[in-house]
Design a protein around this ligand. Structure first.
Ligand code: FAD
Length: 298
């Protein structure tokens, strides 16, 4: 029996991949809302300000995309992503880097560069579908750990607690808003100093703040103002804030997702940072390969 502790993006992907690989799996979750519950679900293959593709994004996203599509049609919505130019220097930087990101370019024009194959995952719907599929295949969900091979997918909560001693982290709090902007009718995801994701019915998700010092403050007036200022990069139209959420991104040294093992403690799958949607399914698959190698199940 493998016991998966935590059922956010990491735990859901790990539990399903192990189950599909023939393991008996028990999920233990404390019911606290993790960052997967608030994540906007953005998948931007060329995120960040420097036109750098995310590490191994092509392979990781291929694994993730088929994983999500198999679980439920419509969980992932493919939407063009317009990265707006932020001045002439920015555009020159893009031209220098263009060769590295050519594969993701749909078009380049006066507004900016449009990336293809990105979009957004409905994270709460994904977690619900993953739980349903896990239970349907005979998976067990328990309020309490009972032993077995333990895989800790406890996100930022586990990192802050120090569940594993050999892991340093620099987790970052984030706040995002959902706003209603009547009559804007923007269908693309917009990025460049922040991001806006159209989610339908004149509503958009807007983000995000990064805060490394005060991780426990939850939603703040300061965070809300910062995000409202980000929205102003993209539209001057009137808007109404309809939701304000915050969470903590689990970020480990070098900002790479990690599979870590400590004798007597078990496995840890963590460090999804701000790109859990791209990397979680491949991490689950890698853990399956490592468990089968170590435990001789294959
Ligand atoms: C504001 C914000 C916006 C974001 N937007 C995006 C985005 O657009 N795209 C993207 O890819 N990523 C985004 N992220 C990042 C994304 O949320 C994370 O990469 C991912 O959700 C981390 O998943 P996780 O499973 O590791 O952690 P979590 O989602 O935090 O899940 C861990 C779970 O384990 C449970 N747990 C902890 N300890 C225990 C215990 N001892 N026993 C039982 N259960 C336990 C917790 O309650 C929690 O439910 C965003 C994050 C934030 C904060």
């Amino acid at each position: 029996m493998v016991e998966v502790i935590g059922f956010g993006m990491a735990g859901a992907c790990v539990a399903l991949q192990l189950q599909r690989g023939g393991h008996e799996v028990r999920v233990v979750d404390d019911g606290e809302p993790g960052s997967s519950q608030v994540a906007a679900g953005l998948v931007n293959p060329v995120g960040g300000r420097n036109f750098e593709p995310s590490v191994e994004v092509e392979e990781a996203w291929a694994v993730a995309r088929s994983f999500y599509d198999e679980l439920g049609a419509g969980l992932f919505r493919q939407v063009p992503i317009l990265r707006l130019w932020r001045g002439e220097k920015d555009r020159e930087k893009f031209e220098r880097k263009r060769g590295r990101v050519e594969r993701w370019i749909e078009k380049v024009d006066e507004e900016g560069v449009t990336w293809k194959e990105g979009g957004w995952l409905d994270c709460p719907a994904f977690l619900a579908a993953a739980k349903g599929a896990f239970l349907e295949r005979g998976g067990e969900v328990s309020g309490q750990a009972r032993g077995g091979v333990q895989v800790w997918c406890s996100g930022a909560a586990g990192l802050l607690r120090g569940d594993f001693t050999g892991v340093t982290h620099r987790s970052a709090k984030g706040e995002i808003l959902t706003v209603r902007v009547p009559g804007w009718d923007e269908k693309r995801i917009l990025t460049g100093g922040g991001w806006v994701i159209p989610i339908g019915d004149d509503c958009y998700r807007v983000g995000a703040t990064y805060e490394w010092e005060n991780l426990s403050a939850g939603c703040t007036a300061e965070g809300r103002t910062k995000v409202e200022n980000l929205l102003r990069i993209f539209t001057k139209k009137d808007y109404e804030v309809i939701e304000h959420v915050s969470g903590i991104r689990p970020i480990i040294h070098r900002s790479q997702p990690v599979i870590h093992h400590e004798k007597g403690k078990g496995w840890m799958v963590n460090g999804l940072g701000s790109k859990g949607v791209i990397y979680a399914p491949r991490l689950g698959r890698e853990l399956l390969q490592r468990l089968d190698g170590e435990l001789g199940f294959s």
